[in-house]
Design a protein around this ligand. Structure first.
Ligand code: FBP
Length: 607
């Protein structure tokens, strides 16, 4: 194409060259070295598979009876014993293995480095295959060979687009048969499932099914989700994608903190992704010290109603106002709605009704018809609460469930619901200052002058939702290294002929430790779509955890003095490049959060 008038040929060429994932940044990122644990490097400094030995740690299943019955074959093999990696002298000589990998669920930064880790560990004598479009592709046999060129192109880049993803739950006998067909047709020795709790549950079931069918294929899960809820104490501090997502959000929230303090007129209500756990919100709060951060798990534990929660927020806003602070940021976790006890009860009741009358409800043509059918089947309290919600929220609660039975909370505008109620409450406080300010129990201490001033107060708000923008960015140095190691671990587990494990890395402060966690040992019984199901337990914020305790001890001071901070943009090289999530550093008892230590570094070469 001829360069446009007045544009230098060099400039035009440079811009054109940056198309198709070749921005100056992307090309530079592809050449970055990757921190690794030293046991994955051979004497020649090249990547080597590791071999696994049994550690002294045994996972304690929350539902031993259910798990033993359902996963009898895999459990008999691994007895819930955690595997630990040691350097191997021989596994790199294994040849002819065929290993397929798929992404499942929402994207998370680092997925492509999982593929790179797998490719590096399998080397040129084994074959890495990709499964397109997630579990659905596994059912349809949508498999292709991943070339070295393909890997080089996506190495160290964000997104899941190289393979694609979806949220299909593998549950029916027909679906399991299809999985077996794909495994046999493609002569797979290994199947790697990169996903969150639901997808790793899928992996546990597939591993067991293939064992029972006498099909020798290692099924290995990889812990992915920006939500951070696929974590196992000190064996797996966090899932991949969390660090990148929370750093993207922290930069944006930091900017909002800064803007709020500059314009001094708005409260920004920011809903942050995280379908269930508030781990994202907690990390962003620790990084940015906003005026308020709601933590769903605390709200559920304190049994706060929606009105009590609103009172709590308005009180902080009013107290800040009395001190002359008329701006700030309020963080709202995406999953909040299900943790407000009365809402949680309503959703549970709805799940039951939706499960029991699935086809009747599906057949009803309009939302109104569905409401008329459902309301009388709810308890009076829940029916009343449902009727008080804005129509769009009602609609999402009734109509939208994903394949695993989860309410699509990302589509519920909780931040707007809160704003509406908070504005109403604030104006009531203005109208009845005597009820809320002055001396007396529960009142906000204020001078007559302050009270007078409050009467003319206007609360101006803005709402935001941060989620999708954090899932597919270029992985941080931490996620880039973590995912590369997870790929190496999963590939090594296959070469070592292990099945029914999840790859894990821990001890990020002292060189890193590579583990294999028996999936069946992580399973517990939960209610899904109104029915009891065996699923991998989500790791939520614990209010007795060091990370929550630290936040709880500091939040009032940070809010009162408006001590927000702005962690700035992600650095891929430079002083903050090696930062760990603060939540992980606190909960794992690390000395510092400013740098992780994996012991070694390598320039990855693909054969
Ligand atoms: P995963 O658990 O599959 O990684 O997904 C996490 C998440 O980003 C949640 O935070 C969010 O609720 C959900 O995905 C949104 O899903 P969708 O991409 O289907 O809108």
């Amino acid at each position: 194409m001829a360069p446009s008038q007045n544009v230098s040929t060099t400039l035009a060429r440079r811009i054109e060259e940056s198309a198709g994932k070749h921005s100056v940044f992307e090309d530079a990122a592809r050449t970055l070295p990757i921190p690794v644990c030293s046991e994955v490097l051979g004497q020649d400094g090249r990547i080597r598979p590791v071999v696994f030995k049994e550690s002294v740690t045994i996972l304690k299943c929350k539902d031993p009876e259910g798990a033993e019955k359902t996963f009898s074959r895999t459990m008999a093999r691994h007895r819930n014993i955690v595997l630990e990696a040691v350097p191997s002298e021989t596994l790199h000589q294994v040849t002819g293995k065929r290993v397929a990998v798929l992404f499942s669920g929402g994207p998370a930064a680092g997925g492509h480095n999982v593929l790179a880790g797998l490719k590096a560990v399998l080397g040129k004598n084994n074959t890495l295959l990709g499964i397109r479009k997630g579990p659905k592709g596994l059912l349809n046999g949508d498999v292709f060979e991943i070339s070295t060129e393909g890997i080089k192109k996506v190495f160290n880049t964000g997104g899941f687009d190289f393979l694609g993803t979806d949220r299909t739950k593998i549950k029916t006998p027909e679906q399991f048969r299809k999985v077996k067909d794909t495994v046999l047709k493609n002569k797979l020795d290994g199947l790697i499932i990169v996903g969150g709790d639901d997808s790793n549950t899928n992996a546990a079931f597939i591993a067991e099914y293939l064992e029972r069918e006498g099909v020798r294929c290692s099924v290995i899960g990889i812990p992915k989700t920006i939500d951070g809820d696929m974590a196992v104490g000190d064996l797996l501090p966090i899932s991949f994608g969390y660090d990148t997502a929370t750093k993207v959000f922290s930069e944006l929230v930091g900017n909002l903190n800064q803007d709020a303090a500059s314009a001094v007129k708005y409260y920004h209500f920011v809903k942050l992704m995280g379908r269930t756990a508030s781990k994202i919100t907690l990390e962003v709060a620790l990084q940015t010290k906003p005026a308020i951060a709601l933590i769903s798990e605390e709200i559920a534990e304190k049994n706060l109603s929606l009105d009590q929660l609103v009172d709590h927020i308005v009180r902080i806003i009013a107290e800040r106002r009395l001190k002359g602070i008329n701006h700030g940021v309020v963080l709202v976790p995406e999953g909040l709605i299900e943790f407000i006890p009365e809402m949680g009860r309503l959703i549970k009741e709805l799940n039951k009704v939706l499960a029991e009358y699935e086809t009747d409800i599906k057949d009803l043509p309009t939302l109104k018809n569905k409401q008329e059918f459902i309301y009388p089947r709810l308890s009076p309290q829940s029916a009343q609460l449902m009727a008080s919600l804005p129509e769009e929220i009602e609609e999402t609660l009734i109509l939208d469930r994903d394949d695993h039975g989860n309410v699509k909370v990302s589509q519920i505008e909780t931040e707007k619901l809160l704003i509406e109620k908070i504005r109403y409450k604030a104006s009531e406080m203005k109208r009845h200052t005597d009820r809320y300010f002055g001396a007396g129990e529960g009142k906000i201490p204020a001078t007559p002058d302050q009270i007078e001033k409050f009467k003319s107060y206007t609360l101006s708000t803005q709402s935001h939702f941060l989620g999708y923008e954090g899932r597919s960015g270029k992985p941080t140095a931490f996620d880039a290294a973590f995912t590369f190691l997870l790929g190496l671990t999963a590939g090594s587990l296959v070469l070592d002929e292990r099945t029914g494990y999840m790859a894990a890395v821990t001890d990020f402060d002292k060189g890193g430790r590579i583990l294999g966690l028996p999936l069946a040992g992580l399973i517990q019984c939960e209610e899904r779509k109104g029915k009891e199901e065996l699923v991998i337990e989500k790791s939520l914020v614990r209010t007795d955890s060091p990370s929550f305790q630290f936040y709880a001890q500091h939040r009032d001071h940070w809010a009162r003095e408006d001590l927000f901070s702005s962690p700035g943009p992600i650095q891929h090289w430079g002083p903050t490049a090696r930062q760990l999530p603060i939540l992980v550093s606190l909960d794992q008892g690390y000395e510092d959060f400013t740098t992780f230590n994996l012991g070694a570094e390598c320039h990855v070469e693909f054969e």
